[in-house]
Write a protein that binds this ligand. Structure first.
Ligand SMILES: Nc1ncnc2c1ncn2[C@@H]1O[C@H](COP(=O)(O)OP(=O)(O)OP(=O)(O)O)[C@@H](O)[C@H]1O
Length: 244
């Protein structure tokens, strides 16, 4: 099946002082895949996706999205292009209702289609909340929900942006086993309409969800391949055991 490259990086690098947090990364993700980005603590995963979303600027290299060079494009424009990034640290507005949080996201997505009516925004927000199973919590103040539900709210906010690429940074952190199972189902469902890039430490989740796994270590791609492939990779095992 022909597949389109959604996003590609060439020589992407970011230094913090003398530290090469991301070093010369050539990466490509195809439309429709679920890609997991894994690696030991400090490997550069969050820095890498922050470069993709435009939260931080690269020291060198380039980023292409659907064939266009977006390296210098500001973060808010990348959101409009279709790159949504849910943060590792909860980024909801705790004093606003669940519905309002998602409506704000939906509104920013609909700025792409002029003349969007409040009713359309509300419908999009409700649809996203239904997707993550929070339809019965619309009026709750976001900050009063459990941590797990706040993570789901974040995913709904990402979905309301109607992204082409949804970047999830450690989405299962702090979730219960039952919540993780539901979350895996949700990601599968999301992947029917969006490409998913997932930073994840929970290996069973990675093995279950990912079509392809990219392993970062010391800011560089150490390995890339299918879950079976990566599981059997000696260099990956060594990196995780701290001997690589
Ligand atoms: N703003 C910053 N200033 C200085 N150093 C930074 C900054 N952000 C990240 N780093 C450093 O860059 C390296 C990569 O960090 P990053 O957070 O990208 O790793 P990670 O793979 O996401 O780690 P984790 O799995 O622990 O979240 C680390 O050594 C980190 O200390």
């Amino acid at each position: 099946m022909a597949s389109v490259t959604l996003l590609r990086t060439k020589g992407l690098s970011r230094q913090f002082g003398g530290l090469k947090a991301v070093n010369d990364v050539n990466f490509a993700i195809r439309e429709g895949e679920i890609r997991a980005l894994i690696g030991p603590n400090g490997a550069g995963k969050t820095t890498f996706v922050s470069l993709l979303s435009g939260r931080i600027a690269p020291s060198a290299g380039s980023i292409e999205f659907l064939g266009n060079d977006i390296t210098a494009r500001p973060a808010h424009k990348r959101v409009r292009d279709g790159i949504a990034y849910t943060f590792q640290i909860t980024s909801i507005y705790p004093m606003l209702s669940v519905f309002d949080n998602v409506a704000l996201s939906a509104q920013s997505a609909l700025q792409r289609s002029p003349g969007a009516k409040p009713a359309v925004i509300a419908a999009k927000a409700k649809e996203a909340l239904e997707h993550v199973g929070l339809s019965d919590r619309l009026r709750d103040r976001a900050g009063t929900m459990s941590y797990g539900h706040q993570r789901l709210l974040e995913v709904a906010m990402g979905l309301a942006l109607e992204p082409k690429l949804l970047i999830l940074d450690e989405p299962t952190q702090g979730l219960s086993d039952g919540e993780i199972e539901n979350f895996c189902r949700l990601v599968k469902e999301i992947s029917r309409s969006a490409t998913v890039l997932l930073i994840e430490h929970n290996m069973p989740v990675v093995m279950k969800l990912a079509d392809t796994i990219t392993v970062l270590n010391h800011g560089e791609i150490l390995a890339e391949g299918s879950p079976e492939n990566i599981r059997a990779n000696a260099a990956v095992q060594a990196a995780y055991l701290g001997t690589g």
